[in-house]
Design a protein around this ligand. Structure first.
Ligand SMILES: C[S@@+](CC[C@H](N)C(=O)[O-])C[C@H]1O[C@@H](n2cnc3c(N)ncnc32)[C@H](O)[C@@H]1O
Length: 227
């Protein structure tokens, strides 16, 4: 079942999500420094909500990664830094770096020896971010890949920062149960429309990209070597 809620995750998550009930948190909080308190909350919430062998996946950029890892590490054990390489680059002017990647940081419950269901790529060559529905929208390719590797059908996946519903759409297609929370009313409406298929032909037509040909996935597999 796919369940979407509008509200502040920090206020409503405890009522919606039972302790120790979540197989995978896959989420994309706002990265900017002024929102770092959300990662702090996310670490604490993941410790509460994840099953003993559940995982947290949280997107972050390279700029503040150290701070984010320090926060998450208070509540969880580090598992891996999955690196997403996109075709485009951006300039971090403060450090004079031309960056071409972002991370999905992966954490597990403290002291557990949790593992994914299959061997997993540490580096993923994804398509561009998907800006059709949200100015910060992520591509569904990596979400589909990692959710498939870390969960099985019927598992519960949660996204506390739903945005336009990329994670929800992937979970619907992969037959995962899903709870998504978004606090912005307009963004929430877009996520709902996306999930119910109430979008125009242009957007609907492109959703087929979510299930790429085998060649697309193995394109990602062919890039090895991030350690
Ligand atoms: C980076 S965007 C997520 C984009 C998403 N990955 C996508 O593909 O569309 C982060 C989202 O979190 C939402 N948000 C910020 N604070 C929140 C909170 N406390 N509770 C729920 N949602 C929140 C923002 O409105 C924004 O839509």
């Amino acid at each position: 079942m796919i369940q979407l809620y509008q509200g502040d995750s920090r206020e409503i998550a405890k009522d919606l999500i039972a302790p120790g009930s979540v197989d995978l948190i896959f989420t994309d909080p706002p990265y900017a420094k002024k929102y770092h308190y959300l990662y702090q909350w996310l670490g604490q919430e993941a410790e509460r909500a994840l099953k003993p062998d559940g995982f947290l996946f949280a997107y972050t950029g390279p700029y503040w990664k150290h701070e984010i890892m320090t926060m998450l590490g208070r509540y969880l054990d580090y598992f891996y830094d999955f690196v997403l390489v996109h075709g485009d680059t951006s300039i971090l002017w403060q450090r004079k770096i031309v960056s071409g990647y972002k991370s999905i940081l992966c954490y597990k419950q403290k002291g557990r020896k949790s593992k994914p269901y299959m061997n997993v790529l540490g580096k993923f060559s994804s398509s561009e971010q998907d800006k059709r529905f949200h100015s910060w929208g992520q591509s569904a390719f990596e979400a589909r890949y990692y959710i498939d590797c870390f969960t099985k059908e019927g598992d519960l996946v949660v996204d506390y920062f739903l945005g336009s519903g990329t994670t929800a759409e992937v979970c619907k297609r992969l037959n995962r149960n899903f709870i998504g929370i978004e606090n912005d009313a307009e963004t929430f409406k877009i996520a709902q429309a996306r999930l119910t298929g109430a979008l125009g032909p242009r957007e609907k037509g492109r959703q087929i990209e979510l299930l790429p040909e085998e060649g697309e996935i193995s394109k990602g597999r062919s890039h090895q070597g991030v350690g």
